[in-house]
Design a protein around this ligand. Structure first.
Ligand code: NAP
Length: 336
């Protein structure tokens, strides 16, 4: 059995991780961290775990928690992850980080968008970006994997085949994105309160959102061209799910069948991606680690649609996929 520890165990992505890992035949969850006092049993924090996991959440230092496992899932906010990860790695743990702390390659870009000076800049640029469909080769031997953002992976997975296939222009891609409220985490925030969100629908981060440089960085790296997107996120009054409706410009004439064939070929051997003929719904992938996508024309305009569950393929699902690859298990173990 592989011993696994979870930091930030009281949050939403941690709960999702635990639910997936409880189905994993080769994993034992050996520790869960919180800053809360009194070492609360995990089922008092996440009541859905009652009778399923007998474990207390403990206020452990990263060095202490590293002694309890071979792998760590770091489900902490940005900033808190960089404070923990060097000690986890020094303690011999391999780490999947769900935060944004190691995703961007340039410390200046990180500082601009996250308002923090990066405290572990030497690992930026050398940390593998944890989207296995794109960066799978770097994952098996990686000590640390930077799990992607939920909006970003949904957008990147949808756009990559057509970009790499030379069908679309790298500039001027519009990414119109919508997310359920769990994307904001479990902590108390005014904008996540029921009466603020229910029966409401609005855009946010309209003048710039921190996922935009992450999308630009990865699409540029994968395609070899300088890609820039206009990314506009929206908050939907539902628990979970992400839809990215994307409007790229065609580089050369193409039919819908050619674009679908390009997507299907790109993901032919990728078990968690489904290129579908219908227009996908967030409901199709809710509580799963799949990404569904398709493409349509409206007149001359290409429209790419991609859906994930923000807590599934957008966070915990891809984190376990990365862990499986790092640990040498089949990448879909516990995920399908
Ligand atoms: N939610 C999503 O859909 C999603 C998707 C992709 C990526 N992510 C990323 O995944 C990470 C976790 O997200 P989440 O949604 O699970 O967040 P969350 O529900 O807010 O949980 C994060 C947990 O981290 C702990 N924590 C908070 N501030 C901390 C600090 N300063 N130092 C140490 N621990 C702290 C808290 O536990 P205690 O108070 O018990 O210590 C909290 O329960 C974030 O970086 C987020 O951006 C989230």
């Amino acid at each position: 059995m592989t011993k696994v520890v979870i930091l930030g165990a009281t949050g939403y992505t941690a709960l999702e991780l635990i639910k997936i890992l409880l189905r994993h035949p080769h994993v034992e969850i050996t520790a869960a961290s919180t800053r809360q006092e009194g070492s609360p049993p995990i089922h008092t924090i996440h009541q859905s775990l009652t009778g399923r996991l007998d474990l207390n959440c403990e206020d452990l230092t990263p060095s202490e928690i590293a002694t309890r496992g071979d792998f760590a899932f770091c489900a902490l906010p940005h900033g808190a992850s960089t404070a923990a990860i060097p000690d986890l790695l020094a303690g011999g743990c391999r780490v999947v980080d769900l935060s944004a702390d190691y995703r961007l390659t340039d410390p200046g870009v990180y500082e601009k968008w996250y308002g923090l000076v990066h405290t572990d800049p030497t690992r930026l640029g050398s940390t593998v970006y944890g989207l296995p469909e794109l960066y799978g080769e770097g994952i098996p031997d990686a000590p640390l994997v930077a799990n992607p953002g939920c909006y970003t992976s949904t957008a990147i997975l949808g756009m990559t085949p057509l970009l790499c296939g030379g069908f679309i222009e790298p500039a001027g891609i519009i990414v119109d994105a919508k997310s359920g409220v769990s994307g904001a985490g479990r902590g108390l925030k005014l904008g996540s309160l029921y009466c603020e969100v229910n029966e409401a629908f609005k855009a946010y981060g309209v003048e710039g959102h921190r996922h935009q440089p992450e999308i630009d960085q990865v699409l540029s790296d994968i395609s070899g061209e300088s890609v820039s997107v206009t990314f506009i996120p929206h908050l939907l009054p539902m628990d979970r799910g992400i839809l990215c409706t994307m409007y790229p410009r065609l580089k050369r004439p193409a039919t819908q069948d050619e674009l679908l064939a390009c997507m299907r070929e790109y993901y032919a051997d990728k078990p968690l991606i489904r290129v579908v003929d219908h227009v996908p719904s967030t409901k199709d992938v809710a509580h799963t680690s799949f990404c569904h996508m398709t493409v349509r024309f409206n007149g001359d305009q290409v429209i790419v649609m991609s859906v994930t569950d923000n807590l599934g393929k957008g966070a915990a699902g891809v984190a376990v996929q990365n862990f499986n690859i790092m640990a040498g298990y089949d990448e879909t173990t516990a995920l399908i």
